[in-house]
Structure formats: structure tokens, C-alpha cells
Design a protein. Structure first.
Length: 205
């Protein structure tokens, strides 16, 4: 059988996947596997666990491919399935919800601000850091805070969607986004200061 590449004819590849043709499924997996693994590793630190999640996610992709109506990008549809599968894995740990600061605890930890849609100058400054440095900072956020930050800031979920997905209040989601920004701002500023000092030291040697 002649096999058509997705760049040449995505509709043909999709139709072959809907017919559960193994060669088409294999090719679709090869196209998106690495990119989706990168997404998963933003949430899961252990690569072996992430690989298992990706395999489960793509099994869902192939089972649900008939439901894809070609509305929006295929990659976005697959990414949603990968993220949802990853969240299901995280939620399978019954203790995961203990990581969330609840709305009634804001008085102890501080209220979230209302700057969700405002561009943070400190985040813009972070572009001078390497992606590896930023990725590590995000990975080192507290688990629940990291989860909300990834969903909101990187994967463009709304607080309403996060609330429904994680079974938490929208206020709790907003607090964890606020907490992520606070921690990242501190760490990014520290890193920028260190980099500046190193640069100045080299300059005057």
C-alpha cells in the first residue's frame, strides 16, 4: 500500500487511522511522540512513567480518532488527550490533593492577585535564561503549584477548566498560579543577578 505523509495529505492519514491501519497509527505516533513526551515531562519528572503515560495516551488517541472532527489542529487535540491522561495519572495518587492550598487557607498564605491577564515584566526578562534553566525552575515548583502553572500558563487552560479537571475551586487554582509566579519571580531574579555578577566579574578581569 502506498503510504501518504501527513504533510502531503493529513486527511488520508486520519482516514487510515480511523480504519485502524497499523502502519498509519505507527506513523502518527512517530510524528508526535517526542513532542508529546516533552509535554508530559513538564508534569511528570520520571521519564519511565512519562513513557507509560504517552503509550496510554496514544492508545486513547487511536480509540477516539473517529471523534476528531478536524476542527482545530490535530496536534492540539492529541495534546489535550496527553494532558488529560497525565492528570489522571497524577490524580491516581490519593494523596495528591493534600498538596493543594484550599481557598479557606488564603488568610494564612496570602490572597491571589487579579493579574491573570497582565504580562509580567519579570517573566519577559526570563527569556534571557536558557530553556533548560526555566524548565528546571518550573519542575522544582511545589507539585500542586507546578500542575496549575503548567495548565494555565503553558497549556492555556482557564481557571474554570482547571477547577473542573482537578476538582478544586477556581480560587484555589488562582492561588496556585499566584504562588507559582511569586516563586518563579524570586528564582528568576536570583538567577539573573548571579548571571550579571558573573558577567561583570569576567568583564573586569
Amino acid at each position: 500500500m502506498k503510504f501518504l505523509y501527513i504533510k502531503e495529505d493529513e486527511n488520508t492519514l486520519l482516514e487510515q487511522c480511523r480504519q485502524q491501519i497499523p502502519a498509519a497509527q505507527k506513523y502518527l505516533f512517530e510524528i508526535y511522540n517526542k513532542k508529546m513526551l516533552t509535554v508530559c515531562l513538564r508534569y511528570i519528572k520520571n521519564e519511565d512513567d512519562a513513557l507509560d503515560i504517552i503509550n496510554h495516551a496514544f492508545l486513547k488517541v487511536f480509540l477516539k480518532i473517529k471523534q476528531y472532527k478536524s476542527e482545530g489542529r490535530l496536534e492540539t487535540w492529541i495534546k489535550r488527550i496527553v494532558i488529560n491522561t497525565t492528570i489522571d495519572y497524577i490524580k491516581s495518587d490519593k494523596s495528591y490533593k493534600k498538596n493543594f492550598v484550599q481557598a479557606n487557607e488564603f488568610k494564612l498564605y496570602g490572597e491571589p492577585n487579579n493579574e491573570d491577564d497582565v504580562s509580567d515584566k519579570w517573566w519577559d526578562a526570563a527569556t534571557s535564561l536558557s530553556m533548560e534553566q526555566l524548565f528546571k525552575m518550573i519542575q522544582n515548583l511545589p507539585p500542586a503549584t507546578q500542575l496549575v502553572f503548567n495548565l494555565y500558563a503553558l497549556d492555556e487552560y482557564s481557571h474554570k477548566e482547571i477547577s473542573k479537571q482537578l476538582k478544586i475551586s477556581e480560587g484555589t487554582s488562582k492561588w496556585h498560579l499566584f504562588n507559582a509566579r511569586r516563586i518563579l519571580k524570586e528564582n528568576i531574579n536570583k538567577s539573573l543577578t548571579i548571571n550579571s555578577n558573573i558577567h561583570d566579574t569576567k568583564k573586569y578581569r
